[in-house]
Design a binder for this molecule. Structure first.
Ligand SMILES: [Zn+2]
Length: 127
């Protein structure tokens, strides 16, 4: 496929995918990054926010359960291995998920986010 072919994505669509308790957690955490990233590809979350957003359902009781930090961090690693998150993504405690960039490294594949520009530094990665 041509590198000139591209489209924009709707953040709300990916938030719905992230909040759906049925898909695998690695997919949901990647969808969360696509729901909130700025144009530099980084999506920031407050401490514990990723775990709260990725609630799971006890299908026997219907109770909503918070997903543990260790489960989220494992899912981040899986999403990185599958290429759905950048290896630059940080743990849920550090709060920055990064969408993968094009291999040329010149610019990410992100265009059109309302926040920032592609060259904005990330304060979570600088500290
Ligand atoms: Zn970052």
């Amino acid at each position: 496929m041509s590198r000139e072919s591209w489209s924009k994505h709707d953040h709300a669509f990916y938030l719905e995918r992230a909040e759906d308790p049925v898909p695998p957690l690695w997919y949901r955490v990647a969808a969360l990054a696509y729901a909130f990233h700025a144009e530099n590809g980084h999506a920031h979350f407050e401490r514990g926010e990723v775990c709260r957003r990725l609630v799971r359902v006890d299908f026997h009781t219907g109770e909503l359960l918070k997903t543990s930090a260790s489960a989220v961090n494992h899912a981040i690693g899986t999403a990185i291995r599958y290429g759905s998150l950048s290896p630059d993504s940080l743990t849920s405690r550090l709060g920055c998920l990064v969408v993968p960039m094009r291999p040329d490294g010149l610019r990410g594949h992100i265009w059109g986010s309302k926040k920032g520009n592609p060259w904005d530094p990330c304060d979570r990665h600088e500290s």
